[in-house]
Design a protein around this ligand. Structure first.
Ligand SMILES: *[C@@H]1O[C@H](CO)[C@@H](O)[C@H](O)[C@H]1NC(C)=O
Ligand SMILES: *[C@@H]1O[C@H](CO)[C@@H](O)[C@H](O)[C@H]1NC(C)=O
Ligand SMILES: *[C@@H]1O[C@H](CO)[C@@H](O)[C@H](O)[C@H]1NC(C)=O
Ligand SMILES: *[C@@H]1O[C@H](CO)[C@@H](O)[C@H](O)[C@H]1NC(C)=O
Ligand SMILES: *[C@@H]1O[C@H](CO)[C@@H](O)[C@H](O)[C@H]1NC(C)=O
Ligand SMILES: *[C@@H]1O[C@H](CO)[C@@H](O)[C@H](O)[C@H]1NC(C)=O
Ligand SMILES: *[C@@H]1O[C@H](CO)[C@@H](O)[C@H](O)[C@H]1NC(C)=O
Ligand SMILES: *[C@@H]1O[C@H](CO)[C@@H](O)[C@H](O)[C@H]1NC(C)=O
Ligand SMILES: *[C@@H]1O[C@H](CO)[C@@H](O)[C@H](O)[C@H]1NC(C)=O
Ligand SMILES: *[C@@H]1O[C@H](CO)[C@@H](O)[C@H](O)[C@H]1NC(C)=O
Ligand SMILES: *[C@@H]1O[C@H](CO)[C@@H](O)[C@H](O)[C@H]1NC(C)=O
Ligand SMILES: *[C@@H]1O[C@H](CO)[C@@H](O)[C@H](O)[C@H]1NC(C)=O
Length: 403
């Protein structure tokens, strides 16, 4: 079912009739060149239709276009260089099409462009992010998720002064992350996960508006930057599945808005800062598969919001955080294969949505409680020093080896 192209500038009766005609035909075929009659057109939205064929090489016959939205169609071939001549363009949405050619560097000439979306164009010939794109000094949103980007990021990425959201996830980018990126004052979201980026991450961070950093699933190495501790708006830090080493900086433990801390499967060592997230409403704490030692921070669930505690396969010792005893949001506690000892805070067992508790291969000593959350579906506590009552009625128990 075709939707009418929307327009904010139907200046002429001719254009009005044209749209009626388009509605009557109601058959999206190739790009409707008849629209060229409406040379004053500023706003064209043909998104979510079934248009096929190429975007015409003379698309600049609509020189006043400010919004060109062609997302969710079957446009194929190259994206024409002529798009770079639509000098009034503010918003260019080309995501989810069937382009099987190239992306023109001329897009970098669109000096008024604020929003560019090329995501989910998985048939593009593998391409490098053109350094010309970094001339887009008014661009706020750059989305090129899962669109066959390869090679290195342009070193000039940090010149895109207006950038607020960058999404280049699910590509094959390699090389290092340009240091300029973390200096951008207005940047709030960085999604670079699932690429092949390598080397140390930039240690100097002045992008104080950052709220999400997700650079997980790359080959990044070196220390976690101290400066992340200055990002008071940060809610999500995802560094998992990389080669980060060294200790978790104490400064990160003081972030007031952190909700997700996900650093599992790296080479992190040392102890976790004892005051970690004392003042934030943490929801996810995932540090498994590192070489961390010492205690888990006591305050992980100060606000009762913690949902997942995943810390298995480290060398953690000491007792479980006492705040787990008053942690109504808890759904998962996975701390197997450490050297934890002492009692389990008894309140933990009554968290109403507690689903999985994996504690095998530690030195935990307590008795199991008589009251246990009804929602528990998985409990593994073998190779510990539990004693006493063994509750019944949970689907899968693995208590072997307790003594
Ligand atoms: C409108 O566009 C069609 C197709 O491009 C063309 O044949 C026709 O001459 C145009 N009419 C005017 C008035 O420009
Ligand atoms: C363009 O059209 C699509 C599909 O109808 C719609 O989802 C989208 O919100 C429209 N864009 C704008 C800016 O209104
Ligand atoms: C685009 O920019 C290049 C130089 O960066 C220039 O050669 C070309 O003429 C520009 N095109 C337009 C349409 O402005
Ligand atoms: C691109 O896709 C179109 C439409 O499916 C097809 O006709 C054309 O041959 C393809 N071109 C290349 C280079 O694969
Ligand atoms: C891309 O940028 C380079 C260097 O600034 C310039 O020489 C070239 O003309 C630009 N290309 C286009 C197509 O704008
Ligand atoms: C851009 O594409 C993404 C996919 O990366 C989509 O989820 C998002 O809604 C698009 N953004 C806009 C502003 O259209
Ligand atoms: C583009 O990327 C997709 C995965 O996102 C992949 O399936 C496809 O083979 C790639 N195309 C080329 C030409 O490399
Ligand atoms: C950054 O954001 C502020 C506040 O929205 C705005 O005034 C400023 O122009 C932006 N900076 C750039 C370089 O766009
Ligand atoms: C990035 O990948 C390209 C091939 O796509 C290769 O030529 C280049 O050497 C790689 N660069 C790095 C830094 O690994
Ligand atoms: C981060 O804070 C430390 C002091 O807490 C300061 O020395 C450093 O310059 C700050 N970095 C930035 C980028 O503001
Ligand atoms: C834990 O420490 C022991 C000895 O101190 C060491 O052999 C083992 O490899 C460490 N485990 C991890 C996961 O680092
Ligand atoms: C448990 O946490 C709630 C808030 O989540 C707080 O009001 C209450 O005082 C805490 N109780 C104890 C015993 O710490």
């Amino acid at each position: 079912m075709t939707k009418l192209p929307q327009t904010s500038s139907l200046h002429t009766h001719l254009c009005f009739l044209l749209f009626l005609l388009l509605l009557l035909i109601s058959l999206p075929g190739e790009f409707p060149k008849a629209l060229y009659n409406c040379s004053k057109l500023q706003y064209l939205n043909l998104s979510q239709n079934s248009f096929v064929g190429k975007i015409p090489d003379d698309i600049d016959s609509l020189p006043r276009l400010q919004y060109l939205e062609l997302a969710g169609n079957y446009f194929s071939g190259d994206i024409p260089a002529a798009i770079g001549r639509l000098q009034e363009l503010r918003n260019l949405q080309l995501h989810m099409n069937s382009f099987n050619g190239s992306v023109p560097p001329e897009i970098g000439n669109l000096s008024n462009l604020k929003h560019l979306n090329l995501s989910y164009n998985t048939n593009l010939v593998p391409w490098n992010l053109p350094s010309n794109f970094t001339k887009l000094k008014n661009l706020k949103n750059l989305y090129i998720r899962q669109s066959n980007l390869t090679g290195e990021l342009p070193g000039t990425l940090g010149e895109m002064a207006a950038l607020e959201e960058l999404d280049l996830a699910y590509n094959s980018l390699n090389g290092t992350i340009p240091s300029g990126l973390f200096l951008l004052k207005n940047l709030s979201i960085i999604y670079l996960f699932r690429n092949s980026l390598s080397g140390d991450v930039p240690q100097v961070v002045e992008a104080l508006n950052l709220s999400i950093i997700d650079i997980s699933e790359n080959d990044l190495t070196g220390p976690i930057p101290e400066d992340y501790g200055n990002l008071t708006k940060l809610t999500e830090l995802a560094l998992f599945l990389n080669g980060f080493s060294g200790a978790v900086p104490a400064s990160i433990g003081r972030l007031p808005n952190l909700k997700q801390f996900r650093v599992f499967i790296n080479n992190l060592s040392g102890t976790l800062p004892p005051d970690f997230v004392r003042y934030s409403e943490l929801e996810g704490f995932e540090v498994s598969g590192n070489r961390l030692t010492g205690k888990l921070p006591d305050h992980l669930c100060n606000w009762g919001k913690l949902s997942t505690l995943v810390a298995y396969e480290n060398n953690l010792t000491g007792e479980l955080p006492s705040s787990l005893g008053n942690c109504t949001g808890l759904t998962e506690v996975k701390v197997s294969d450490n050297g934890l000892s002492g009692n389990i805070p008894s309140g933990m067992w009554t968290a109403p949505n507690l689903g999985q508790v994996l504690m095998s291969n530690n030195s935990l000593t307590c008795e199991l409680p008589e009251k246990i959350s009804w929602s528990l579906t998985r409990l593994e506590i073998r190779d510990n020093r539990f004693s006493g009552y063994i509750p019944t009625g949970v689907s899968s128990w693995n208590l072997k080896g307790s003594s």
